[in-house]
Design a protein around this ligand. Structure first.
Ligand code: NAP
Length: 284
């Protein structure tokens, strides 16, 4: 193999040892016969981010994924940023085209593709989002792009939820509220979908769940938790017990990776292979 044929990829974060991306991408590259493609974890502390991003160019990396805590701070070191990533304010994928680094946010596509694959079409829906952090921004923008009619963002910090809603007010009807209020209970009663974007219920704190009375939701409303460990959070268990359809975060994780792969290679990966690798990485 000629040295110029080697294409390097990785995931940049701190800490990054727990990331499932190396499993997922290596499996997909292997399945496509791309034996000259490498994918490695790249642990980078915050103070070294600028040098690390510059290093991607010097080391001729073809691309990298970006995770906590660099998804927003990486943006100022890139040459160009895709429209979704600008609106969400975070980048999780960087592509290097001949020394020009472009940032993308594939969480938006991953979230929407997961929804539509589950046969939920967001057009004209009333969605309630729990949490007002980074993932909530990607979820909210996905819903706005797909013409949701109204979105309620509910969080423990009502001011933060209101600020997030304000940022997106030009794109859809959006409100941001405190989840301990009567207003929140009213919002649940007309919701077509409830989406948890908080880490409440994530391993190891599996007994936690957001303070939400699921039974207020209309019959048939989809309860979607973007957490993927455990596969069934307490929120999803309760929803299932009450007869609501549910969806966990595994497909969003898979489909954001699929979109990154497409940006890296111009091709679609073998989704089954990626899912199998993800499950193996999670010990499922
Ligand atoms: P983040 O930016 O830190 O935001 C977390 C949100 O949850 C904030 O609104 C935060 O409120 C709230 N929160 C955190 N701890 C809480 C608690 N104990 N009680 C009440 N609210 C709490 O995190 P993120 O990046 O949005 O990620 C959130 C979750 O989404 C994580 O579990 C992550 O694994 C998951 N995720 C999944 C995917 C996927 O592909 N499936 C993709 C991205 C993220 P404050 O602002 O008040 O702290």
């Amino acid at each position: 193999m000629h040295a110029n044929d080697i294409k390097n990829f990785g995931i940049l974060g701190w800490p990054v040892g727990h990331s499932l991306s190396p499993h997922m991408f290596r499996a997909a590259f292997d399945a496509a016969g791309l034996t000259n493609y490498n994918y490695i974890p790249i642990p980078v502390q915050a103070g070294r981010l600028m040098l690390a991003v510059d290093g991607l160019k010097w080391l001729d990396f073809r691309g990298c994924n970006v995770t906590i805590p660099h998804k927003t701070s990486v943006m100022k070191f890139l040459d160009a940023i895709d429209a979704d990533a600008i609106i969400v304010g975070a980048v999780n994928t960087v592509v290097n085209d001949g020394g020009i680094l472009t940032g993308y946010n594939t969480d938006v596509t991953g979230f929407i593709s997961a929804l539509t694959e589950a046969n939920f079409m967001p057009e004209d829906c009333h969605a309630v989002i729990l949490g007002a952090g980074g993932a909530a921004r990607a979820v909210l923008w996905g819903l706005c792009k797909r013409k949701a009619e109204y979105v309620t963002v509910a969080a423990r910090n009502g001011e933060k939820a209101a600020a997030l809603a304000h940022d997106f007010a030009n794109y859809a009807g959006v409100e941001g509220i405190d989840w301990t209020t009567e207003e929140f209970k009213e919002a649940l009663q007309t919701a077509d979908i409830l989406i948890n974007t908080t880490p409440l219920g994530m391993t190891p704190n599996v007994d936690a769940m957001p303070p939400v009375d699921i039974s207020l939701l209309p019959e048939g409303a989809l309860v979607y938790d973007i957490i993927y460990t455990p596969a069934k959070t307490k929120l999803l268990q309760k929803a299932e017990e009450l007869g609501y359809p549910t969806l966990n975060g595994m497909s969003m994780l898979l489909l954001q990776g699929k979109e990154s792969y497409r940006l890296y290679t111009g091709e679609l990966p073998d989704e089954e292979v990626m899912l199998k690798a993800l499950k193996e990485g999670l010990g499922l």
